[in-house]
Design a protein around this ligand. Sequence first.
Ligand code: AHM
Ligand code: MG
Length: 320
Amino acid sequence: HAADAHRTDLMTITRYVLNEQSKYPESRGDFSILLNHIVLGCKFVCSVVNKGEEQKKLDVLSNEVFVKALVSSGRTCILVSEEDEEATFVEPSRRGRYCVVFDPLDGSSNIDCGVSIGTIFGIYMVKDDHEPTLDDVLQPGKNMLAAGYCMYGSSCTFVLSTGTGVNGFTLDPSLGEFILTHPDIKIPKKGKIYSVNEGNAKNWDGPTAKYVEKCKYPQDGSSAKSLRYIGSMVADVHRTLLYGGIFLYPADKKSPNGKLRVLYEVFPMSFLMEQAGGQAFTGKQRALDLVPTKIHERSPVFLGSYDEVEEIKALYAAEE
Ligand code: AHM
Ligand code: MG
């Protein structure tokens, strides 16, 4: 019946965010405006991805679209994009209170073969009216106000958390609107799927190797887990969120900090996982407690179902 209700009482992402904001009397609607600009960027990227033609490099094009959309929102002051070496400081006349960290088109190795790719973002707020500095974005992930991703796959799916749970919206192309299709997403407590690039196995550390060995050859009478790995973080995390399981991008001997970027990959996905009842761990600590010192810093990450991440944590604790 829930699905039926949504069909006639259309909960668009804009309506959802306005509803959320009306709970805070002091709210000025700035967040809704910012989010509308992010949504516009996602619709644009979705439409270009679906055309499938190669004009400009898609990741570069997506970055330009997001930077322009975010600056023109008039609600941002600092932007950190995976595509830009330096952070962008918005000129004072167009400045707002929000800082947005994002990967405009993640999953670059999947762009040219039509496999799902996505946009990932996280949002911080500058507290008082001081001149914005990099320290405003070099904040632990737990200070984010919101995070989300948009997946460009068989359908276009926008998953968002503003710190009160996780909701999923699907683009209805005939309306050009994201409609709430996955209200209050909770990740299953346990999962039967693990997701990792096993090609790196020879360089893994002990706990990662042990965990994956247990997935394949469980000693406690449970059945072996299935392996699913797309190589697009958004798609691998999306599946993990809906079906349960664990996604790993561990450290290895060649990449002691793993591959994924703290600000715009690890933090937003960890924020969503926690909001959905799962966990995210770096091998040393809760991922959202990490304090980045550089905007493009990397960290290992293990995220997903609560119980699976507990197991990884125990294996790392046993090592010390
Ligand atoms: P990218 O920013 O170059 O696309 O790299 C990030 C991607 C993630 O989407 C994905 O989880 C990971 O790289 C896969 O890496 P690998 O090919 O090493 O398994
Ligand atoms: Mg990326």
